[in-house]
Design a protein around this ligand. Structure first.
Ligand code: VNL
Length: 390
């Protein structure tokens, strides 16, 4: 081999080596963000990715001397795919944190991987109470259906709604919403005449709504996951349920800010309970909404976006507090107990449960500056997940 060829061979070998080493580069901190970017819950992935990128654009991509690398993977809304991607991210990419998780089954499928690999797992969307108990490495920045549903179970009977039919998506969060809403409604002297469950995949609400119409309750309480609310609203109005005197109530998933403005005047005055509204009147939220819309062709952030934005905050500050030591247990310890202002209002991560504690608001759909918004009119402060004490 002549000198030149030898030099080239060495250089090539060095390139190959550095490619291998870059995977375990101590100066890089990797966040594996697994989201439904396609499939039924694609809007959730779109919102969370946009929020994570906004957080990075606003706060820089270097923390405690480490370069933050965001690796986004599409689980196509299929839990087995979420699990496989998490495994690959942990084993091949050596990610420091797993994050995202659009639906409960995806979060539950991944929990054992977080436990085995001691990788903190930040749940930014999924909202069944039991998720945080599936691994001691899980921290949640979204919300729980139990938190939101209890607030509605208190509000409705005090506001003339006594006889209710419930209609929920037939899986974890829907079953939590049903259970906690009913328990509270009954306690307050209300009555549930029927509890309906619709399949989570490709639901057809029409036959269920017909049944509700015939029963003429004071209200229909609904939980459907983010992205399905517009279909419920459309069929509710098409069947003239509102004209028959039946009110639509629910957790804020049904008047999702991602879709609300296109639902039309039929959505006016619908009351829901939730932790986030794009119309939340704080300076921080106004700034957040404006920056989010500017970076995303006018897209309005919804509660998923806020779960993603706050999840990034929890990760950044944990890395800062653990002085750049991005290893599992230290990072996890610095996630617990974080207390800060979110665009949703004040929030903290309960050190014991690793779950989010925040305000739940009662909101009514109204027109503000020409757009439909969930306008908050009452706040219940510092709500812990009621699902933890059962
Ligand atoms: C879940 C809960 C998903 C609430 C949602 O939208 C939601 C879940 C995708 O835990 O699967 O709005």
């Amino acid at each position: 081999m002549n000198k030149n060829a030898m030099f080239r061979a060495t250089a090539l070998a060095l390139v190959a080596l550095s490619a291998t080493y870059s995977i375990a580069d101590d100066n890089v901190f990797k966040i594996g963000l697994i989201l439904p970017m396609t499939g039924q819950q694609a809007s959730t992935g779109r919102q969370i990715e946009a929020a994570a990128r906004l957080y990075m654009a606003q706060n820089g991509d270097t923390v405690a001397g480490k370069k933050i690398q965001l690796i986004v993977k599409d689980d196509t809304t299929i839990p087995d795919v979420t699990k496989r991607l998490a495994q690959e991210l942990v084993v091949n990419e050596k990610v420091n944190v797993l994050a995202g998780f659009g639906i409960t089954p995806s979060a539950l499928a991944t929990a054992p991987i977080a436990t085995q690999s001691k990788t903190p797992m930040v749940v930014m969307a999924a909202a069944t109470s039991s998720i945080t108990q599936a691994s001691p490495y899980i921290v949640r920045t979204s919300f729980t259906l139990a938190q939101a549903a209890v607030a509605m179970g208190d509000w409705a009977p005090k506001n003339g709604i006594k006889k209710v039919v419930t209609l929920v998506s037939d899986y974890g969060p829907g079953i939590d919403a049903e259970k906690y809403f009913i328990e509270r409604l009954l306690l307050n002297g209300g009555q549930v005449t029927e509890s309906l469950r619709v399949p989570m995949r490709s639901p057809d609400f029409a036959p269920f709504l017909q049944k509700v119409r015939d029963q003429k309750p004071d209200a229909l309480f609904v939980f459907v996951p983010s992205g399905a609310g517009a279909a419920v609203m459309k069929q509710f109005l098409e069947r003239g349920m509102d004209k028959a005197g039946i009110k639509l109530i629910g957790t804020g998933d049904v008047t999702d800010d991602d879709q609300l403005n296109d639902m039309g005047d039929g959505a006016l005055n619908v009351v829901t309970s939730h932790h986030y509204s794009a119309a939340h009147p704080s300076a921080m939220n106004k700034k957040f909404v404006e920056a989010f819309q500017k970076a995303n062709k006018g897209m309005r952030p919804n509660f998923m976006a806020v779960g993603g934005y706050d999840g990034m905050r929890v990760i950044y500050e944990a890395l800062r507090a653990s002085k750049g030591l991005g290893a599992g247990d230290g990072l996890l310890a610095s996630m617990k107990g974080q207390i800060f202002e979110s665009p949703r209002g004040p929030m903290f991560i309960d050190s014991q449960t690793r779950d989010v504690v925040h305000n739940i608001y009662l909101r009514k759909v109204q027109r503000q500056d020409g757009h439909l918004h969930n306008v908050e009119f009452e706040a219940i402060k510092d709500v812990k997940d009621p699902g933890k004490h059962k």
